[in-house]
Ligand binder design. Structure first.
Ligand SMILES: C[S@@+](CC[C@H](N)C(=O)[O-])C[C@H]1O[C@@H](n2cnc3c(N)ncnc32)[C@H](O)[C@@H]1O
Length: 212
């Protein structure tokens, strides 16, 4: 049997498939369905960004987990370089690890273009690396009230030319939107639905000038 683009043939001819894991409070099947919905929303969103698919973008996947969104970015933008960062210790993705994320990228043939590393959104500074696109899915709501600090940190990393595509479930949507509007001049929304509740994709750009 030949490997499909989403698999690779390992030693002894065994077909290997990526495993992007099971989200907390859900099942493996529901997690896979969620990822299918997220892919549709991100594809539609990427189609509308002012980048060409062949651009050599630098992309940061914040809270990459087992690399689902990093791999989707690598597929959509075939010339992009992607960095996936995660604490790899959070209960929101069962059995997540740096090694397993790397394995998924290898299986899909993306090892040359995706670098996974340990990193904490609430501690590290991702403002100096010059990312063109910041992506994230199902991460910020896990931070509780600290997500508001994370939004502020993110707004400092984004330049006037870069974009954020933030997908998440919003349990207090008006409050989150209120905070984000204070940080970004431009905010657009695409609604979706997961078993966990209302999932939305927000496109954020043009961070507001703030006094230091
Ligand atoms: C529900 S998982 C989503 C993983 C991946 N984005 C996806 O869609 O499959 C949430 C991820 O956020 C990560 N995370 C939580 N707090 C974080 C932090 N402060 N910095 C970086 N990653 C964090 C967790 O380790 C976990 O992998």
């Amino acid at each position: 049997m030949r490997a499909s683009p989403n698999t690779t043939e390992g030693l002894e001819g065994k077909i290997q498939r990526p495993d992007f894991g099971t989200y907390h409070h859900t099942t493996t099947r529901a997690s896979e369905e969620t990822r299918e919905m997220v892919k549709v929303l991100f594809r539609e969103t990427f189609d509308r960004l002012p980048f060409s698919q062949d651009d050599r973008l630098k992309i940061l996947d914040m809270g990459c987990g087992l690399g689902f969104l990093s791999c989707f970015c690598a597929e959509y933008y075939p010339s992009a370089m992607i960095t996936g960062i995660d604490t790899f210790g959070h209960a929101s993705l069962k059995g997540s690890s740096l090694a397993r994320a790397k394995d998924n990228a290898r299986i899909l043939g993306f090892s040359e273009r995706i670098r996974f590393e340990k990193g904490d959104i609430l501690r590290a500074d991702y403002g100096k690396a010059g990312f063109d696109l910041f992506v994230t899915s199902l991460v910020f709501h896990n931070l509780g009230k600290r997500r508001f600090d994370a939004y502020e940190r993110l707004a400092r990393w984004v330049t006037r030319k870069s974009y954020v595509v933030l997908g998440d479930v919003f349990f207090d949507y008006e409050r989150d939107i209120g905070r984000l509007k204070k940080l970004f001049e431009s905010l657009q929304e695409r609604p979706g639905l997961t078993s966990e509740g209302v999932y939305k994709v927000l496109v954020l750009s043009k961070p507001r000038e703030r006094p230091i």
